[in-house]
Design a protein around this ligand. Structure first.
Ligand code: DX5
Ligand code: ZN
Length: 227
């Protein structure tokens, strides 16, 4: 098993939304021991998305379990009100949805000021051009390949072309920035998503709700990128 960060292909971010939250510590450890690169934590408020998931205390709990970067995906309205609290809870990468930000430039600066890596997520219906004025502020662009709110949905095929267009835009102004892709990612589509330009793949059900163990599921992703 290669050590974290020393494998070829994209980084992997298992989403604990699909984990057994009654055994959160074990579920996170399984991902860490299996070679995950991040722990992806989906925060939903029942307003920006129709579902309610988890909040600050769960990020704190995850922080106590691992030193892996916590990738906190805020699917909430008015995210600027909570950035400091999620940073204090231990988020390393903090991603807000562009559709939830009235003053997105300010909100991204706010994330930088609290010392987190800066992520911006785009819903499937949101055009790539929203990045034009702010791309240089970002560490990560999160391309949603499903409509956010629930795990277990199917990958929207037009996301591939969108990932390519985000990559072209970033290459021109901020080539260090990574593209993360979230929703319906499985070993079967991981290669084409990576080839389109993704540097980080989020996977919930494919890692936590498959027939395999968490470690075997992560291995199944890694196997896709062994030449
Ligand atoms: C969806 C969340 C995802 C979700 C992905 O709104 O942002 O992170 O956990 O789940 P899968 O991999 O099952 O599509
Ligand atoms: Zn997510």
């Amino acid at each position: 098993m290669p050590e974290n960060g020393q494998h070829s292909g994209p980084r992997l971010a298992p989403s604990i939304l699909a984990a057994d939250l009654g055994h959160l510590e074990d579920e996170i450890r399984a991902a860490v021991d299996g070679g995950a690169d991040y722990v992806h934590i989906d925060v939903m408020d029942g307003r920006f998305v129709p579902n309610i998931s988890i909040g600050v205390p769960v990020v704190e709990a995850a922080r106590r379990v691992t030193t892996l970067p916590l990738d906190v995906h805020l699917m909430i309205v008015e995210p600027e009100r909570y950035i400091e609290r999620f940073a204090e809870a231990g988020a390393d990468l903090l991603t807000v949805q562009v559709e939830a930000c009235v003053h997105v430039h300010r909100t991204l600066q706010q994330i930088r000021e609290v010392g987190c890596q800066v992520g911006l997520a785009l819903n499937p219906g949101t055009p790539v051009c929203v990045l034009e004025e702010i791309a240089s502020l970002l560490d990560v662009v999160l391309v949603m390949s499903v409509n956010p709110g629930f795990g277990g949905q199917s990958f929207i095929p037009t996301s591939l072309r969108k990932i390519q267009r985000v990559r072209e835009l970033l290459d021109a102004v901020n080539p260090e920035a990574l593209i993360e892709v979230d929703g319906g990612i499985k070993p079967e589509n991981a290669r084409e998503v990576w080839q389109a330009g993704a540097g980080i793949l989020v996977a919930g059900t494919a890692i936590y709700s498959s027939d395999r163990s968490v470690a075997e599921s992560i291995d199944a992703f890694r196997a896709v990128f062994v030449d």
